[in-house]
Design a protein around this ligand. Structure first.
Ligand SMILES: Cc1cc2nc3c(=O)[nH]c(=O)nc-3n(C[C@H](O)[C@H](O)[C@H](O)COP(=O)(O)O)c2cc1C
Length: 192
């Protein structure tokens, strides 16, 4: 197991298609969820929640995705519909992070949304730290109202993403990162 810094320095997302079983155990899933709920949360609002998809639950959710796809695309082929039905069955475990951000007297909605992002990222890092790999994706169905209704999201809730988790079937290739010089400035007082 790499140490924390090494893990953070080398982590790569692994595509859902390349994530295989065995799935994390129920105890491991609980650990993942506990870590995902331990994120910065201004005002202690818990502006996120999780939906866990394992086993047949992944295909039951896939039915909702396929139905929405069919409704959106009159020309959909049976192969395309089947692909959509299998969307959440590519990886052995998928955890959806749902944002519950909303207007608040003191805490800006933006900060609540950022907290959901932190939660999804913690989930990704925790999965890697436990020896799994992960991929945080939204794809089209995170933005489809029919799908969101089918998965039980209220009108004020938004999908922060589906974190796919499994074991990597092959080592990921490196991905280019921005040069720090291009994104970092060191602030200095312009009057001096
Ligand atoms: C909110 C959010 C949604 C994303 N949705 C997708 C997606 O739908 N499809 C995709 O290929 N990557 C998506 N990504 C990017 C991947 O999570 C990942 O960053 C990318 O594959 C690069 O891998 P890396 O994590 O190793 O940099 C999304 C990232 C974020 C933050």
């Amino acid at each position: 197991m790499p140490d924390a810094l090494q893990l953070l320095k080398t982590r790569r997302s692994v595509k859902p298609m390349e994530l295989t079983g065995p799935a994390p155990s129920a105890a491991e899933i609980d650990t993942l969820l506990a870590i995902a709920s331990r994120v910065p949360d201004h005002g202690k609002l818990t502006p996120w929640r999780f939906i866990v998809f394992t086993g047949d639950g992944r295909l039951a959710a896939g039915e909702k995705i396929a139905a929405a796809f069919r409704a959106n695309r009159a020309d959909a082929t049976p192969e395309q519909i089947e692909f959509e039905r299998q969307r959440l069955a590519r990886a052995p475990l998928v955890i959806a992070v749902v944002s519950r951000a909303g207007p608040h007297v003191k805490i800006p909605e933006w900060e609540q949304q950022l907290s959901a992002g932190a939660s999804a990222m913690s989930l990704v890092i925790a999965a890697h730290a436990m020896g799994f790999a992960a991929s945080w994706i939204t794809e089209w169905y995170s933005y489809d109202r029919r799908v969101l209704d089918g998965l039980g999201l209220a009108a004020n809730e938004r999908m922060a993403g589906f974190v796919h988790i499994g074991r990597p079937s092959k080592p990921p290739e490196e991905r280019e990162r921005p040069a720090l010089a291009a994104i970092v400035t060191h602030y200095s007082d312009p009057r001096k």
